[in-house]
Design a protein around this ligand. Structure first.
Ligand code: FES
Length: 83
């Protein structure tokens, strides 16, 4: 995550990869900046929002990892296209 290479089991989600990496957060909330980590692992809580391969607001628990995938911490709200 955030540029560090990581080996993960085939079929794992991007959220699982972040947890396996021992990251202290996958995103920071827009209002308070509180750190968050994946929680429900099934698309309900949205605490796994991350920037995956340059696209923000991806639910990392629903995205299978792929070779070369880049997962970065999402800081605050997603920046709108062109904004
Ligand atoms: S971990 Fe809850 S939506 Fe992804």
């Amino acid at each position: 995550m955030d540029g560090a290479p990581l080996r993960v089991p085939q079929g794992a989600s991007a959220a699982a990869a972040v947890l396996l990496a021992g990251a202290d957060a996958i995103r920071e909330t827009p209002v308070s900046g509180a750190p968050r980590l994946p929680y429900c692992m099934m698309g309900v809580c949205f605490d796994c929002l991350a920037e995956i391969d340059g696209t923000a607001n991806r639910q990392a628990c629903l995205v299978p990892v792929a070779p070369g995938m880049r997962i970065a911490r999402q800081r605050g709200a997603r920046v709108a296209f062109g904004g």
